[in-house]
Design a protein around this ligand. Structure first.
Ligand code: NDP
Ligand code: OXD
Length: 308
């Protein structure tokens, strides 16, 4: 029985160190060293290898290194192999930091001030109290809930939208397509933390932007294919949107000379809003292996029907 890690090798070395301490009895390999492929029961990967089951015919569980699993072709993974997404404190903490940073930067007009600085303009913008800046998150899952918890400290009216009905303390919760418009109407700063599925592809489009309050802004930390780039540029040109933080794009990296690079109202980061932290990720994975061994349900199994 063995465990294989297949992603960034430098972080793999850290995984190996923590794994050896937490579960010394389990042989741990960092790709491309896989040991005897027939021994491999568990794989943690960002991108699984081609012909996954041909290579590891005895695979029992596929762990995603990330919270998102849209990079996996679920159809190629047999039903008896559960796909487990990453739910760990490190990834939650980093996402809540990024979302807080971007929301505060937009709330306090940082993109405009950076542009004014470049043009040597000393001009104040009136400060709006947080009680009058409504923040709405698309998605109310692990990362959205962690972000909302942090945002509570600042006094923004908070809301969120999910597929099924959620009830969260201090957050106005909306659910399903029937309530999407009402949710958008009260989102002065809209944060996207939806997983990428057929339903959420191209979700951040001209129609959606038109339903936000005039002058709203966007924090996009979901997945690149959810955002219509031209629609964002148009909405910024007309003033329907006033600014955006964009962490994920399609394609990645953002191509040379793409208009987002130099747009004064767009802040780009290279898909770094959050990252799985080896130490905490290993303890979560090891706990799941123990559950597996004890015949208990693994935490974080992807629902193949929903696609997340
Ligand atoms: P979860 O699965 O915990 O939460 C997803 C949320 O989205 C749920 O509330 C779900 O609704 C909602 N949702 C999904 N589909 C729909 C839909 N069609 N309509 C309405 N709501 C929908 O995911 P996480 O919070 O852990 O992660 C979210 C995403 O963040 C990841 O999939 C990934 O794409 C992205 N991410 C980005 C990172 C970055 O660095 N930029 C890092 C990590 C993740 P319901 O509650 O009803 O199920
Ligand atoms: C993730 C990511 O899904 O880093 O974890 O994007």
């Amino acid at each position: 029985m063995a465990f294989v890690y297949k992603a960034d090798p430098a972080r793999g070395a850290e995984w190996a160190k923590h794994f050896a301490l937490a579960m010394p009895e389990m042989p741990f390999h960092v790709w491309p060293d896989v040991g005897n492929p027939l021994d491999v029961r568990f794989l943690a990967a960002w991108q699984p290898p081609e012909d996954l089951m041909g290579l590891f015919p005895n695979l029992e569980v596929l762990f995603s290194i990330g919270a998102g699993i849209d990079q996996f072709d679920l159809g190629a993974i047999p039903e008896h192999v559960p796909v487990v997404r990453m739910i760990e404190p490190g990834i939650r903490g980093a996402m809540s930091e990024y979302v807080t940073m971007a929301v505060l930067a937009l709330h306090r007009d940082l993109p405009t001030y950076l542009d004014q600085q470049r043009r040597e303009i000393w001009q104040e913008i009136r400060v709006i109290p947080p009680s009058r800046r409504r923040v709405g998150i698309l998605g109310l899952g692990e990362l959205a809930q962690a972000s909302l918890e942090r945002l509570k400290a600042f006094g923004f009216p908070l809301s969120g939208w999910s597929r099924s009905r959620r009830s969260l303390d201090g957050v106005q919760c909306y659910a399903g397509h029937d309530e999407l418009e009402a949710f958008l109407a009260v989102a002065d700063i809209l944060v996207c933390l939806l997983p990428l599925t057929n339903e959420t592809t191209n979700f951040l489009n001209a129609d959606l932007f038109s339903k936000l309050p005039s002058g709203a802004s966007l924090v996009h930390v979901g997945r690149g294919p959810q955002l219509d780039h031209q629609a964002l540029l148009d909405a910024l040109d007309t003033g329907q949107l006033s600014g955006a933080f964009v962490d994920v794009t399609a394609p990645e990296p953002l191509p040379e000379s793409h208009r987002f690079w130099s747009h004064p109202k767009i802040a780009i980061t290279p898909h770094v809003a959050s990252m799985t932290q080896p130490e905490t990720a290993v303890s979560v994975v090891v706990e799941n292996l123990r559950r597996c061994d004890a015949g208990e349900r693994i935490v974080g199994i992807v629902d193949r029907q929903r696609g997340y």
